[in-house]
Design a protein around this ligand. Structure first.
Ligand SMILES: *Cc1c(COP(=O)(O)O)cnc(C)c1O
Length: 310
């Protein structure tokens, strides 16, 4: 199974804001690494797929919400690399599948819905899943691909940055991507993670935990410089705010770079706001990681239309 290396362009962004404030901004387009297993999800799945193969397990089982990029990516990875896939979906089943779940099913993923209550309690959820699917000898990938092998894959993201940089930025959901990036920094570099969910300090704790794990096993460990920004989550996961929507549209018009509304749009909104506040005085070469997520925009359009407002 040959998965990496990927073809990932580094794109320079130059517009009136970067000019005026004298920053050098780049976007690492990991969203272009694969048409369907896009962005950080392929980095997180990579070593998990190799481990499933090594253990001779033919079925992947994972978890996610109905619009989850990780569900879509795991379904596509199963199809591409020859695994059966099972998706445990949070919440009730609707008569019509949304675009994400339609795609997952088209890749051969079997969907199984569980209540939000059950989903919340990971111990109970894992017991339940073992009860239902235990005979199938599945390889369990946690929600968001957030495990040791997921973080290991994300340590490779910065190796695709082909320019010298001071600061690398990424959006954080579970924190696995940020953990991998932080643990791969070299002297003089730092990382900023943009937390896109409300919940004070939860990403910071996750990153601290991953760093601690590394510190205890790595004799040559050097403390990385990193920071979690909690100012740009827009109140709630996947909340649509007009200023975010117009920023994403404008950014795409100016730079021919589509962003998603849930993760990379918020990160880039935050980066631009910080540039305008002259936050990047100490390090002016910034690389923003485009972690993908564009498949989710289809469902977003539907939700905007069906709710009529928000
Ligand atoms: C899943 C996802 C993230 C969050 O990654 P974590 O490793 O869970 O923090 C960020 N951006 C996009 C586009 C995603 O799909």
């Amino acid at each position: 199974m040959q998965i990496a290396p990927f073809n990932i362009p580094l794109q320079a962004i130059e517009d009136s804001v970067t000019d005026r404030y004298g920053v050098h901004l780049f976007v690492l387009r990991t969203d272009l690494n694969h048409p369907h297993i896009s962005g950080n999800k392929l980095f997180k799945l990579r070593y998990n797929l190799l481990e499933a193969q090594r253990s001779n397990i033919k079925t992947l089982l994972t978890f996610g919400g109905a619009y989850s990029n990780h569900i879509a990516a795991t379904a596509a990875a199963g199809k591409e690399y020859g695994y059966k896939t099972i998706g445990i979906i949070r919440g009730e089943e609707y008569p019509e599948l949304n675009p994400t779940l339609q795609f997952a099913v088209s890749c051969g993923m079997r969907l199984h819905y569980v209540s939000r209550n059950l989903y919340r309690n990971k111990g109970e959820l894992y017991n339940y899943v073992n009860g239902v699917f235990g005979e199938e000898n599945f390889y369990l990938v946690p929600e968001g691909g957030n495990n040791f092998l997921g973080v290991k894959g994300c340590k490779e993201i910065t190796s695709y940055i082909t320019t010298d940089f001071d600061i690398v930025c990424c959006a954080c959901g579970t924190g696995a991507t940020m953990a991998g990036i932080t643990l791969s920094l070299k002297a003089g570099q730092s990382a900023i993670g943009f937390q896109i969910l409300k919940g004070q300090g939860y990403i910071k704790k996750e990153i601290e935990r991953w760093i601690h794990n590394e510190r205890v096993v790595n004799k040559n460990f050097v403390e990385p410089i990193w920071h979690i920004n909690e100012d740009y989550h827009f109140g709630k996961y996947a909340r649509i705010r007009p200023e975010l929507v117009s920023f994403v549209e404008e950014f795409n018009q100016n730079n021919a770079t589509p962003l998603d509304y849930v993760y990379t749009g918020k990160m880039m909104f935050g980066i631009y706001d910080l540039i305008k506040r002259d936050f990047f005085k100490g390090g002016r070469r910034i690389v923003a990681i485009h972690t993908g997520g564009l498949q989710g925009n289809a469902g977003f359009g539907n939700r905007l239309l069906s709710s009529g407002k928000q």
